[in-house]
Ligand binder design. Structure first.
Ligand code: WTA
Length: 669
């Protein structure tokens, strides 16, 4: 299925040999204070993982009923904390009121985007008690609308506190949430509803994005009208839509189906007893792109996910009672789930949440916020860091960032140049950087420095978290030697690993457990250096990472060929200085169709309609035919080289028609 990565991809990190030792001042009060201590804890965690996790689960989570057994694993199926009963939302809220004395501590500090009319961004703060109350009230709204344990609820909201409230309310009543990022289209909403059989959609009239309004409710209306090839409604399972008022623009309200959030609250009380859930009850489904077909519904269950995100939040971000923690991810991606909502709130942390874009209204928006809220821990993506580098140091230097003590990075490999800039300009040379590697499927961070303990090397995610056994292997599944490239696999189960692909057991097996039998296959290429440090090179399957967003090439191809002008298409990535990777689509048009600039624009918009603006190709290159092997497989490697502007190399003699290649090279109008 996948081949080990091309070593030429390593160039920028192959020669990286700078090492940054943790500062003594940081280590002194860190949760783990030395590399030796990390090694001791790690060794303990893998010597007897069940004992390690069992003890942690008892210490960290509030149980309604204790579990009987820590783990049952028969690849690919894992069950953790068997027989245990608990509630994830109660672990994030109630416990802080009852036991831990955090009732009046800020749980969420939210800043809105300035409205298009220039009205400054609103600010709202929720203490743990207030957040608890809002979640209880909204839980009662869900119940009033007939949402029961196990029902699926789709959440399609902007980055507003209500997104967190809706997620936690689902968890509280035992419903399974599936959050859909606001950058996805009506079609994507409908497909996801249909895949998981959701009964309800929670949305807003609109969301703000760089001074415009994202018409979320209109997208939902469109989604609910879409039909499949047989003329049946795709999202037929939806009974009701709850609409939050945010942008205040005119929208359609369908009697008997659509209900305003604020009106519904009038009918309910603020008391709610959290549902008693099993450790292995599903907590959420999150759709993510794979190398084939439509996005898959990755699902996570309750206890293992919560324990793992709680512990990683505490250790990787070195969370302490007085931290002001800000993760800039959108709630529609897994980072928002694990490290805005469940992990930090389970720790009783103060979380900052921001609705808008980093450069709106000006490129210092983030730094202004760090300054104003005295943010101490800041977690963002390399693509944002590279953009800030481009916008210039002066935007950063305008603000006092002395409150920062720790910086994090996630979503794609961070190039050493960006790492160094982040370290020096943002972190003032004093903040450790945690480059955290993980995936939607892994639920939480698997490879990352432990600040205060792990010496860091720019560009490396460094060492595994407790209980995690990653290995770099060859095609046969054998461990490769130090510094050799290979596939990254995880050898043993961990509490927050995905439990499956919703409704598709076979796809779960095929995607993750077939490549290297008995191990979880990540889809990433990697190299481990002689110190045991992991250097992730990026995806080796047909998944691209564009500005930290996961996009499947197959999905974009199928969107393109669904356009009446397109005969065939192949989508590949090319390196992009800003976004990490950019999407290049090679397209052959049907006979009689003219390949024009107008068609190019139309196709880009068509992809936005089918999948969402996030998946719009950066380049569309028309070709008379696509290069194929004799067996008819598109030669992607060749297309990648052409897309990157590299000299075409390697064995091309299997090409059906070499002249196709020449024409492709000239295909830019
Ligand atoms: C990539 C995001 C290098 C990787 C949490 C992975 C990274 C995919 C890193 C998952 C990192 C994430 N260094 N690559 N620190 N973090 N990736 O599911 O290719 O949206 O497989 O989860 O992002 O993306 P996903």
């Amino acid at each position: 299925m996948s081949t080990p990565p091309d070593p030429s991809n390593f160039t920028s990190i192959l020669h990286e040999n700078r090492v940054f030792k943790p500062a003594a001042a940081f280590s002194k009060s860190a949760h783990v204070s030395s590399l030796a201590e990390y090694k001791r804890l790690y060794a303990e965690s893998i010597r007897d993982p069940e004992r390690f996790w069992g003890r942690r689960a008892n210490e960290e989570l509030v149980w309604k009923k204790p579990f009987k057994q820590v783990l049952k694993f028969k690849a690919p199926d894992a069950k953790w904390f068997i027989g245990g009963k608990l509630n994830a939302a109660a672990n994030c809220l109630d416990r802080h009121l009852e036991e831990d004395g955090r009732a009046n501590k800020a749980a969420l500090i939210w800043e809105g985007e300035p409205a298009p009319n220039g009205k400054p961004g609103e600010e709202r703060t929720f203490t743990y008690r207030q957040l608890h109350r809002e979640v209880c009230r909204f839980s009662n709204v869900l119940l009033r609308h007939g949402i029961a344990k196990g029902d699926r609820v789709l959440i399609y909201l902007p980055m507003v506190p209500e997104a967190v409230i809706a997620m936690l309310a689902c968890a509280r009543i035992g419903a399974v949430h599936s959050v859909v990022f606001g950058g996805f289209s009506a079609q994507s909403v409908a497909d996801r509803v249909s895949d998981c059989g959701a009964k309800m959609i929670i949305t807003a009239d609109g969301g703000y994005r760089r001074g415009t309004i994202v018409p979320l409710k209109k997208n939902v209306d469109d989604a609910l009208r879409l039909t499949n090839a047989e003329g049946r409604l795709i999202a037929a399972s939806i009974r009701s839509v709850i609409v939050l008022r945010r942008s205040n623009h005119d929208i359609h309200i369908e009697e008997g189906r659509d209900y305003w959030w604020h009106r519904e609250l009038e009918y309910v009380g603020d008391r709610h007893e959290a549902a008693v859930m099993d450790s292995e009850d599903p907590l959420f489904i999150l759709y993510t792109s794979g190398s084939t077909g439509k996005p898959k519904g990755i699902y996570h269950t309750t206890a293992g996910y919560l324990l793992y995100t709680k512990l990683t939040s505490r250790y990787v971000f070195d969370l302490r009672e007085n931290d002001v923690y800000w993760c800039t991810a959108d709630i529609g991606w897994v980072t928002g789930h694990s490290y805005i909502v469940y992990g930090p709130l389970a720790n009783g942390a103060t979380v900052v949440m921001y609705e808008g874009a980093p450069n709106w209204p000006e490129p210092d928006r983030f730094w202004r916020m760090i300054h104003r809220h005295r943010v101490t821990v800041f977690y963002t993506a390399p693509t944002a860091i590279r953009a800030f580098m481009k916008w210039g140091d002066e935007w950063v230097k305008k603000h006092d960032l002395s409150s920062l003590r720790l910086l994090g990075s996630v979503g794609e490999p961070i190039n050493p140049e960006a790492w160094m800039w982040y370290h020096e300009v943002v972190g003032g040379g004093r903040c450790p950087i945690v480059d955290t590697w993980w995936q939607t499927e892994t639920g939480g961070i698997l490879i990352s420095p432990i600040p205060g303990a792990t010496p860091t090397k720019p560009g490396s995610a460094t060492l595994p978290f407790f209980g995690i056994i990653p290995e770099v292997v060859d095609d046969k599944g054998d461990k490769v030697k130090a510094n050799e490239g290979g596939k990254l696999v995880i050898r043993k189960p961990w509490p927050s690993m995905l439990r499956g692909v919703w409704g598709d057991k076979q796809r779960f097996r095929d995607t993750y457990w077939k490549e290297v039998p008995g191990s979880y296959f990540t889809g990433d290429g990697c190299r481990q250096d002689k110190d045991g440090y992991f250097w992730i090179v990026g995806r080796i399957d047909d998944v691209l990472n564009v500005a930290g967003h996961r996009i499947g090439t197959a999905e974009v191809e199928s969107a393109l060929v669904s356009h009446h002008s397109v005969a065939e298409s192949a989508v590949v990535g090319r390196p992009d200085a800003m976004k990490g990777q950019a999407l290049v689509a090679f397209v052959t048009v049907k006979t009689g169709i003219r390949a024009t600039q107008a068609l190019r624009d139309e196709l880009r918009n068509h992809v936005a309609k089918e999948i969402g603006p996030v998946a719009k190709p950066d380049d569309i290159r028309f070709a008379e035919a696509l290069p194929k092997t004799r067996s008819g497989k598109i030669m992607r490697r060749l297309l990648k080289q052409i897309a990157s502007g590299n000299e075409v190399s390697g064995d091309t003699t299997t090409l059906e028609d070499l002249s196709v290649l020449t024409r492709l090279n000239q295909s830019e109008e």
